[in-house]
Design a protein around this ligand. Structure first.
Ligand code: ATP
Ligand code: MG
Length: 333
């Protein structure tokens, strides 16, 4: 039977990339009636420095974002990673299964550690191994993610296969990445070759879920583009990364395809297209950000939803971790 797992780091405020590439897809899968488990991955967030108060606030804000976007704690399990210690425990076992060479090849590691890998945390290097534990602790079969996480889900499959092979068992499933929709890789508004990220130093590079209408309008107005009008079909976007990005964002927000957007907007200048995009973005994001700020007024309620979610997550995780320990040869009391 299918079981969905995914997570987002509370490493900053949620972006439009997180919404279109991840959260909106999480809601779709929840509504298909599949078993869905969604996590706030705070242990991943501290692989780079987080101020403790900011981490607490961002954890609650991300949970509020999940709820405001339509995740429902009576349909999905919603929880915070560090409240289920089995993630760290299985993560350690996988640190001993995964190979240094595998981690070295990860593009996120190369991007985030940069040229100064000596100064990166050990946790940042081991990130994909903990992510494999997140997924496999629930024997999840499907993992909805943005394009940038595909390599990590593939590595999760490698870890599952090596564990099964090393111990001669058929225990962990080979989980499938689910990367769908018009906006699986939303790009920075300032640089069409860079992914939009919540940890990008430039706030103008991204639309935050909590940005007000004026801020969204300003960021889209200033978004980098080229001087040509929009093409009539998507192949006309091939060498135009910034234009392609805005068309994909529009399509994802309107729940249609780039073809359909260009059938309507082809031939128009950005001076006409951008205001239409602003209207659409404000229309879709404003209700979510309003609900987020309403939820944030009652942090205790958010904490209690996360606490109940953690209890439910542990009911699935505990027997899987116990079985793993038995397979590995660890004694349990
Ligand atoms: P950070 O910069 O701290 O890594 P992030 O914005 O990349 O933050 P993550 O928590 O790493 O967010 O990723 C959460 C989910 O959002 C993942 O499924 C990821 O693939 C997806 N995602 C992140 N950025 C984008 C983007 N620009 N377009 C589409 N999906 C994205
Ligand atoms: Mg990321």
């Amino acid at each position: 039977t299918p079981r969905v797992f995914s997570g987002i780091q509370p490493s900053g405020g949620l972006t439009l990339g997180n919404y279109l590439g991840a959260i909106k897809r999480f809601v779709d899968m929840q509504e298909q009636g599949i078993e869905t488990i969604y996590c706030v991955v705070d242990m991943h967030a501290i692989t780079v420095w987080q101020e403790p108060d900011a981490l607490r606030r961002q954890t609650r804000e991300l949970a509020a974002g999940y709820l405001a976007a339509g995740l429902d704690p009576s349909k999905s399990i919603l929880f915070n990673q560090s409240q289920v210690p089995e993630h760290a425990q299985l993560g350690w076992v996988f640190n001993c299964v995964a190979r240094m060479g595998w981690m070295n090849r990860m593009t996120q590691w190369k991007d985030k550690a940069g040229k100064n890998a000596e100064k990166a945390s050990l946790g940042l290097f081991a990130y994909p191994s903990l992510m494999a534990a997140d997924i496999l602790l629930y024997h999840a079969t499907h993992v909805p993610v943005g394009e940038d996480q595909k390599q990590h889900v593939e590595l999760t499959r490698d870890i599952a296969a090596k564990f099964n092979n090393d111990y001669g068992v058929e225990f962990f499933p080979l989980s499938e990445p689910v990367i769908e929709g018009a906006a699986t890789r939303v790009m920075s508004l300032r640089d069409g070759s860079k992914k939009m990220s919540k940890s990008d130093p430039s706030d103008m590079s991204r639309i935050n879920m909590t940005d007000d209408a004026d801020t969204i309008a300003k960021k889209i107005r200033k978004a980098k583009t080229d001087p040509e009008p929009l093409p009539e079909t998507p192949d006309g976007l091939e060498d135009r990364p910034e234009a392609r990005n805005l068309v994909r964002i529009y399509a994802a927000l309107a729940e249609t395809t780039p073809q359909a957007v260009l059938a309507e907007m082809g031939g128009k200048q950005f001076s006409e297209f951008k205001p239409a995009l602003v209207d659409l973005a404000v229309d879709r994001l404003a209700p979510i950000s309003e609900e987020m700020s309403r939820l944030m007024q009652d942090p205790a309620e958010i904490d209690s939803i996360l606490g109940r979610g953690a209890d439910r997550a542990r009911q699935i995780a505990t027997p899987i971790l116990q079985r793993t320990y038995d397979i590995v040869g660890m004694i349990r009391g």
